[in-house]
Design a protein around this ligand. Structure first.
Ligand SMILES: [Zn+2]
Length: 353
């Protein structure tokens, strides 16, 4: 009996210890929203994330590079099988994405129609009581006094001034195309579509800042021939950059992995290329500042286009199309412009920084 009790209390300890130190105590079970009106007649968007246990630590900040994006974090939280992406009212909020990151956080992104300021959003927690059916966190967003301001236009603009790139020839290589879709995301969005949209935006931005831009493809085609060998296809792309005597070669791709939780941004250059490393670092830094994704850093790689380009060359893995949340970003027109603007700023820093 005594022995049994000892074993029982030992088991309790074994179970108790991990539960004390284990992360993700609060499970997000539901996302809902409503448009409410204050007593002063101002409309605001109220978003609620219902959780099973009270949420103790959370934070929210708007993205300084895209003020129509509120990034929030909930510590020790997980997500159940609810959708990771929800449309919002469409007038104040556009959509919300949720993602589990870093073992113990849930990171969310809430896209608004107007630009956020410090006073236009509020995040707070609530506990199950007479007024609340569950525990959870809420985000209220209001654009009182700035309604109708069309602020998202700026982040969709390819006429952004980034620096003087006149005299620079830049080859942009939208990864894949034609018979080669590249990787395909869980919702069916293809890498070739994303790389092309980002590359087109990038070409427009660079051109409007004076650069001479050469594209390896300007539509959804194979550059060499449909179903060609990788070497033939990639050499055809390299040839375009080399024949144009480009100053740099920038290949745009999306990453993919069998585990859908893999995520983040990574930029590659050819080992030993000092300028390749400089260009990769500048682009990577700007991308991370903009997209707030996991920074996988810059690395060397033997990729064909890096090895055979006569000029400094980089290959940008913008984000993981195999990741539900990042596929949503890669397929979003506003994000495609954000990725392009970040890469353009990195290129400008390489030439003018
Ligand atoms: Zn690719």
């Amino acid at each position: 009996m005594l022995k049994k009790l000892f074993i029982f209390s030992l088991m309790l300890m074994l179970f108790a210890i991990p539960s004390i130190s284990s992360a993700r105590n609060a499970t997000i079970k539901n996302v809902s929203y409503s448009v409410e009106t204050t007593q002063h007649g101002v409309q605001y968007l109220h978003v609620e994330l219902a959780t099973n246990h009270p949420v103790e630590e959370f934070s929210a900040n708007f993205n300084p590079n895209d003020k129509s994006q509120l990034i929030f974090r909930i510590k020790d939280a997980r997500i159940t099988s609810i959708p990771r992406q929800e449309k919002l009212d469409g007038e104040i909020g556009r959509k919300i994405f949720l993602q589990e990151v870093d073992n113990d956080y849930v990171q969310g992104k809430l896209y608004t129609k107007g630009e956020l300021t410090n006073s236009s959003y509020r995040m707070y927690s609530f506990e199950k009581d007479d007024n609340h059916k569950t525990n959870g966190v809420a985000i209220d967003i209001t654009f009182a006094g700035q309604r109708g301001a069309n602020s998202s236009a700026n982040s969709n603009n390819s006429n952004v001034q980034i620096g003087d790139l006149s005299g620079k020839t830049i080859t942009i290589d939208p990864g894949h195309g034609g018979s080669d879709t590249g990787a395909i995301g869980p919702n069916g969005y293809t890498e070739k579509e994303s790389t092309f949209a980002i590359s087109q935006n990038l070409a427009n931005i660079l051109t409007s800042n004076g650069a001479n831009v050469v594209m390896t493809r300007t539509s959804d085609v194979d550059v060499y021939a449909p179903n060609a060998s990788a070497a033939n296809e990639l050499q055809a792309r390299v040839n375009i950059g080399n024949r144009a005597s480009s100053d740099i070669f920038v290949s745009i791709h999306c990453n993919a992995f069998t585990n859908p939780s893999a995520n983040g941004t990574e930029t590659f250059y050819y080992a030993g290329s000092y300028n390749g490393q400089r260009l990769a670092s500048a682009i990577q830094k700007e991308l991370i500042n903009t997209n707030n994704l996991r920074n996988r850093g810059v690395s060397t790689a033997n990729f064909y286009v890096l090895k055979h380009s006569a000029m400094p060359a980089v290959l940008v893995e913008t984000a993981f199309i195999s990741n539900y949340n990042e596929e949503a970003m890669l397929s979003d027109a506003q994000w495609q412009m954000q990725f392009a603007q970040a890469i353009a700023r990195g290129i400008n820093e390489y030439f003018n920084g």
